[in-house]
Design a protein around this ligand. Structure first.
Ligand code: GLU
Length: 466
């Protein structure tokens, strides 16, 4: 049973890399009948915003991955952290350091000049028999944790394998600032422990934090969780994903007309696979996903794949659902007697809900212009006569479904010695303004005879906009 968490810092919106981490955490928890927990890491008051928290929670609601516990906010847990800082001070695993900012900077400069990694030199670290400097006046001490001086900090990463860090890569880092506020790596370790997190799945940009957090776990005698550090999502050129490539707000995908199941399916495959399977329902993800099979190398964002998946889900979800999704774009099909037929027809050609909307509009809206290229190509001398004749044929008929229209139209085409495009393209232009619309039989069945006749006559009367 895995207890996992997703711990965003609300410095901005939730982007897809974050959502993928959350998805993996969610799947692993649910698959193992564990729990998925959300924690908002909002200690950086200068960079956090309430709007960002709202945006993150909204994104979670949209994709349907609720937290199994009350959402924890680090900004509300300062008293808890202080208890553990005191514990470490009492046990001698942490100590007060009175080094002034200037002295610390001078130490860093010296180390950098000598091409050494800047690290605290242990001036205030208590040791048996060591005499510490005299405590200076007017300096609020920071609290430093006693990190191991020798040996290695090791853990077995579920994605990256055996990880070994020399102890000298981690110095006695600050766990509480002069004003008493605890620091990032300290609170993450405390929270993960107190929230009972067994499996930490996060981006590999956090890998260098892990040895520090292990120092905290060890100093407090906590069990170290299992870590999975997942590689980044790059753009197709292998570079850091930029906004233009798709590193945008998760909710932006909603605004662009993507379905959450398509986005999750897309994300689960960015960094994990099951043979060459591409389509995964949430149920299948739950059955098959295992963080131990996450790819070791970075994955590449591919917007065509996302469109393809989205069109798959658009075709396969219910029309009722599509009608609901369209409402988000202020498009209401409620009460339209041909609702099912319209959706059945238009969903076959739409990559996004936005495209679905414009496909429907291109049929339902009376055309205001007629595409010149189409008109020039397909409206010939005898076209009007042919259309008038076809209108006569339609007039007064009861045509409800596409085959009704087909049964009437096919004989008309052969009796008049026409080729299909000779009739269909002028009709498409008359009914929709362009030549790209779907089957004429469907459009006529959707619009009904009266509306069809009106549009054809109006196109003729307007001489197709010429
Ligand atoms: N708050 C961190 C972030 O947003 C995540 C910390 C973690 O997962 O340990 O990148």
């Amino acid at each position: 049973m895995a207890i996992t968490r997703f711990a965003p810092s609300p410095t901005g919106y939730l982007h897809i890399g974050g959502l993928r981490t959350a998805l993996y955490s969610y799947l692993w928890a649910k698959k193992t009948s564990g729990e998925f927990k959300l924690r908002i890491e909002d200690t950086d008051l200068a960079r956090n915003s309430e709007d960002a928290v709202k945006a993150i929670l909204e994104a979670f609601e949209w994709v349907g991955m609720p937290s199994d516990c009350t959402i924890e906010y680090q900004s509300k847990r300062t008293d808890i952290y202080k208890v553990y800082i005191d514990k470490l001070l009492e046990s001698g695993n942490a100590y007060k350091c009175y080094m002034s900012k200037e002295d610390l900077q001078a130490l860093r400069d010296k180390q950098e000049a000598a091409k050494e990694t800047p690290r605290y030199d242990g001036t205030w670290r208590p040791e048996d028999g060591k005499v510490l400097p005299e405590i200076p006046a007017n300096i609020e001490p920071v609290i430093r944790i006693k990190a191991p001086i020798e040996g290695r900090i090791e853990f077995n990463d579920g994605v990256k394998g055996a990880m070994k860090f020399d102890a000298n890569q981690v110095d006695d880092f600050v766990i509480a600032r002069g004003n008493g506020m605890p620091t990032y790596n300290f609170v993450v370790a405390i929270d993960d422990h107190l929230m009972g997190i067994s499996d930490v799945i996060r981006g590999d940009d956090h890998l260098s934090n892990t040895p520090k957090q292990i120092v905290v776990y060890n100093a407090l005698g906590f069990d170290v969780p299992k870590f999975y550090h997942i590689p980044m999502i790059n753009n197709p050129q292998g570079k850091k994903l930029s906004k233009r490539d798709g590193a945008m707000d998760v909710m932006e995908y909603k605004r662009l007309g993507y379905l959450p199941e398509a986005l999750l399916n897309f994300l689960v495959r960015l960094g994990w696979s099951n043979g060459d399977q591409e389509i995964f329902s949430i149920e299948e993800m739950l059955e098959l996903f295992d963080p131990n099979n996450i790819n070791k190398s970075a994955s590449a964002y591919n917007s065509e794949k996302l469109n393809w998946l989205n069109s798959h889900y658009i075709k396969n979800v219910s029309n009722e659902r599509l009608a609901k999704e369209l409402e988000f774009f202020d498009f209401h099909l409620v009460g339209h007697d041909k609702k099912e037929m319209i959706l059945d027809l238009c969903k076959e050609r739409a990559n996004t809900i936005v495209e679905l909307k414009s496909a429907i509009e291109s049929i339902l809206n009376v055309p205001t212009i007629y595409e010149t290229t189409g008109v020039n190509k397909f409206i010939k001398e005898n076209t009007v006569e042919m259309l008038n004749k076809y209108c006569e044929l339609l007039s007064g008929k009861d045509l409800h479904i596409p085959t009704d229209v087909e049964d009437l139209t096919k004989p008309f085409i052969s009796e008049n010695g026409l080729k299909f495009p000779e009739l269909f393209q002028p009709i498409r232009i008359s009914l929709t303004g362009g030549t790209q619309a779907p089957s004429v039989y469907d459009i006529i069945a959707i619009l009904g005879v009266e509306e069809t006749l009106q549009r054809i006559n109006s196109a003729i009367n307007n001489n197709f906009g010429r």
